[in-house]
Write a protein that binds this ligand. Structure first.
Ligand code: AMP
Ligand code: FE
Ligand code: FE
Ligand code: ZN
Length: 272
């Protein structure tokens, strides 16, 4: 089985539309994919499923647990009312944050308008990658990476925080929408926070962890696999494909999972 359970589209900060993602997945021989945009799930509605591959409706929620963590929902009812209300409130919070960032850029002598940022954003989920695109186009940075380092990272000049839900609320939103809750790229969480979080994942309503992600070393993949097996959790695998925001990552490129990943994929496709 070839699968990719973590893919971004133009509905958040990805390069390809949901339909283009499906077509590319088909072209490279994947048979299961999940569309997991940041704080957005409506992209699934744009898929015209004519390819014969299994397409899972998903979302990647930004949440708080002593800092930002990402929580993936797989197999959600993407039209669930509470989930869509959350999507809407995050869109507004991101819009307010973008407006505050425009002012911060102005204070730092850089004129960027909301229209310019919105032109880079094909959907409605305004994010820092869209600012990065404008900065590069206007010659204020040479690359997305540099734009983040100089202006957009948490400790950089023009960073503005945005509102996020607590991790337990994120899991509840997903579970209540009929989805399975998965901790995204646990290897990107600090050691201290992982130690605190790992013992509570089941209690918080998590179904699995994304053991296989391009940012993980082989050692981390193995450690997360053993952890999941020992703690009654499933594992998932995803490329976290974005396109231009992370140009080195391609759809379907994460393929380190073995037997237990297939067990997890089978459990994922069972109706709960
Ligand atoms: P936001 O959703 O506005 O908080 O922006 C977060 C998104 O920015 C992440 O999902 C990544 O796609 C992207 N990102 C974060 N850090 C970097 C970086 N250093 N270089 C490129 N993209 C980044
Ligand atoms: Fe992103
Ligand atoms: Fe993420
Ligand atoms: Zn992601």
């Amino acid at each position: 089985m070839k699968l990719d359970l973590h893919i971004h589209t133009t509905y958040s900060d990805g390069l390809l539309t949901p339909q283009q993602v499906v077509e590319q997945a088909k072209a490279i021989g994947l048979n299961t994919i999940a569309i997991t945009d940041h704080d957005e799930c409506r992209g699934f509605g744009d898929v015209k499923d004519e390819t014969g591959i299994n397409i899972i409706a998903g979302i990647e929620l930004s949440a708080n647990f002593f800092g930002e963590v990402h929580v993936i929902g797989l197999g959600i009812d993407w039209q669930n009312k509470n989930l869509l209300a959350h999507v809407e409130s995050q869109l507004q919070s991101r819009r307010r944050r973008a407006e505050a960032m425009v002012l911060k850029f102005r204070d730092n002598g850089i004129e960027i308008s909301m229209d310019e940022v919105m032109d880079e954003c094909k959907g409605e989920v305004l994010g820092r990658p869209h600012f990065a695109e404008v900065l590069v186009k206007k010659g204020h940075a040479n690359s997305t990476k540099q734009a983040f380092a100089q202006y957009l990272n948490k400790d950089a000049k023009c960073f503005v925080a945005r509102g996020k839900v607590d991790i337990t609320q994120a899991a509840k939103l997903i579970n209540d929408a009929g989805g399975k809750t998965v901790l995204a790229h646990p290897g990107l969480i600090s050691g201290t926070n992982w130690n605190a979080l790992s013992t509570q994942l089941i209690e918080f309503g998590f179904w699995g962890i994304e053991a296989y992600h391009p940012a993980h070393t082989n050692g981390q993949c193995r450690a997360f696999l053993s952890f999941a097996k020992a703690n009654g959790l499933y594992v998932t695998s995803g490329s976290d494909f974005h396109g231009s925001a992370k140009p080195a990552v391609q759809i379907g490129q994460e393929h380190r999972g073995g037997k237990y990943l297939f067990t997890s994929a089978a459990a994922l496709s069972e109706k709960s």
